[in-house]
Design a protein around this ligand. Structure first.
Ligand code: GLV
Ligand code: MN
Length: 196
């Protein structure tokens, strides 16, 4: 989904003082093999949190060699039991995932409220169309993890529970009570459990 590159490579200079769509290129004479290497997805993420999951991100900010190339990866780990990657969407990319360990229920919802979902085991893939809400739930006995590939160097993520309940400043209670048909007590309960 990203624009096409206009040169072979353009390792991001994340600290450049000018701002462009993406990042300016670091000077070619400073570019090293290690600029095209990233090991941030090699380790299991720490899933000790309310969701029981951890997304390790390999976008252009973590891996500057991806700049202008239109691709990136994430790794998502799930705690044994009920680890969930909560409903979220990526504004700038479709996502394909391949399960490497465990058993996961994955699904996405269309703009006409149809859920497409399936239980996947190691080696199996699924695709979430760009911009649609999706989730994954560990339904196996042990831990699980997958790798996900995106057709953007910077897919972005809108996580629905935190986007709605953990903002600065807060979305007015009147909005959330009417939208979800719940009272202020339920709202503050959700907020405190999600850590705000
Ligand atoms: C999983 O859906 C992810 O966005 O990493
Ligand atoms: Mn996703």
């Amino acid at each position: 989904a990203d624009p096409d590159p206009l040169q072979d490579l353009c390792v991001a200079d994340l600290n450049a003082s000018i701002s462009v769509n993406g990042f300016p290129c670091k000077p070619l004479h400073e570019v090293k093999s290690n600029d095209f290497f990233y090991d941030g997805l090699s380790k299991e993420g720490n899933t000790t949190n309310v969701f029981g999951s951890k997304v390790s991100i390999g976008d252009v900010l973590a891996f500057p060699g991806l700049n202008t190339l239109g691709v990136s990866w994430n790794r998502v780990d799930f705690a044994a039991g009920t680890g969930v990657n909560p409903p979220h969407l990526h504004p700038r990319a479709s996502e394909t995932l391949v399960v490497l360990k465990g058993k996961l229920l994955v699904g996405f919802i269309t703009t006409t409220h149809v859920l497409y979902s399936k239980v996947l085991k190691a080696g199996e893939m699924f695709v979430f169309p760009r911009g649609l809400v999706h989730f994954q739930l560990n339904v196996g006995k042990g831990k699980a993890f997958f790798l996900a590939a995106f057709n953007s160097q910077n897919p972005g993520v809108v996580i629905l529970p935190t986007t709605l309940f953990v903002t600065t400043p807060s979305i007015p209670n009147e909005v959330l009570s009417k939208a979800f048909q719940i009272d202020a007590k339920v709202i503050s309960d959700i907020r405190s459990k999600l850590g705000s």
